[in-house]
Design a binder for this molecule. Sequence first.
Ligand code: GLN
Length: 550
Amino acid sequence: MKRARADHKYIFVVGGVMSGVGKGIATASIGKILAARGLSVNLVKVDPYLNVDAGTMNPTEHGEVFVLDSGLETDQDMGNYERFLDRDLGPEDYMTSGMVYQSVIERERNLGYGGKCVEAVPHVRGAIVERFERAAALAKSDVTVVEIGGTVGDFSNALFIDAARVLKMKYSEDVLFVMVSYLPVPSTIGEMKTRPTQHAVAALNSYGVQPDVIVARSTHPLDQKRKEKLAIQCSVEANCIISAPDVDSVYDVPLNFERDKLSDILLETLDLQPKHESDMSDWRRFAAHAHNGKGTVKIGIVGKYFDTGDFVLSDAYLSVIEAIKYSAYAAGVKPEISWLNAKEYQTNPKAVSELAAYDGILVPGGFGETGIEGKINAIRFAREHKIPYFGLCYGMQLMTIEYARNVANLAGAHTTEIDPKTSHPVIMILPDQAEKLARKDYGGSMRLGAYPCVLKKGTIARSAYGAEEISERHRHRYEVNPEYIERLEKAGLIFSGKSPDGTLMEIAELPKNEHSFMLGAQFHPELRARPLSPHPLFNAFIAAAIQKRI
Ligand code: GLN
């Protein structure tokens, strides 16, 4: 039967066996290898939970909240997508069950269904199909790669898989399915087992969906014998089963995929002409740095860490870690990152003095009171001992507070987030944000997304960016209080970045002749750092840290 042709090709990535095996990185890598063939690609993340966006979720449990230019608060996978593709993604590239249901329910309340009984199938499923098509149309890309969160067989992602099936019905040649599965090697047996993946494919088949490609994640490479067994059991051609063993660096994954000619397989199956041979020379050069940087630069990240293993921790600060890596790699060194618990520095001066061992200190974004005085003590130490310091969002606000208290003689200066009755509210909430908080309207209640910022001549920020106007992403409620700007500037703090109307302080820094790099940004520069274009402020911070080391 001849089917309609879509204007775009779709690749759906679904997970088999279990979660947490790198489906996001596999999706980002598929995007990367197709983009390296000269095609335009957008990546879409489906999160099956009922939260309308990721903004209300705890990062220590769920990983970082990644903010797009539009201000949408999304899952950390969107950060990986943007970094691998080196492309900004739009709000239509992210969807949750909550978001889809909300729009369907709103439409129902507005009599948008003409008196019909509104049901998950066909209405919610139909809304999902529309979203898939809209994401492809708005991005105007040749290929839209959609990662469906969760694992096949889950209750909560079933409608999304069914919507993908419907799209396949509509445009059969233009839709392809990849299953990222896991092949365990139980230590008691010492042999890789294919059976769980066979079951996962059977579960996908029960939705009426057959995978075209299987990405076989495991601790070990997949051998020919098991590849053939999977091929026959799962009805997938052996060359379409890609071996994906564990790697030290996620940036090697696209290179490994191409070793198995995955872009050729995808393009052939979709009947799509590439613009050229695979060009990943820049990426290959970048990825090699992860293995052979010369020397190290020691960065201490002072944050509030509790009850978390390293794994979860690094997920909560994923973009910060990656941003540090990119700038360190570009400078030819490897970063050695230490997690420093801010609480340690609250009352123990000896612990604070140990910060002298670091080449650079960073205080990332955060909320609330835990460890706050410890962070302020660490910032003071960095300022007084001329250790390069980089403050991100909360780290900028706390740097301003430290300066107000200890240099500008504003005793007791604080943020009203912690002390609403402070004698000197140098950081305060802007009136419209205060209104939302009073209403307990927390979802999307912050200053979110990209805002322009004008840089002052002759400052560290201006020379780092090499531009007068920049745009950066925000996620915060509090701001530097305009009433204190003059006093802080008189005391020597430079507000080197401001909103174009001059009312919002975006970057604070100390003069370069006083301190090689003492700078805080009200925004989150880490959200804009990319492997092939490291962030200018991280570059400047790492350069100062390397300088200090020598
Ligand atoms: N808690 C601060 C605020 O809301 C900083 C937020 C952040 O670091 N992202 O303004």
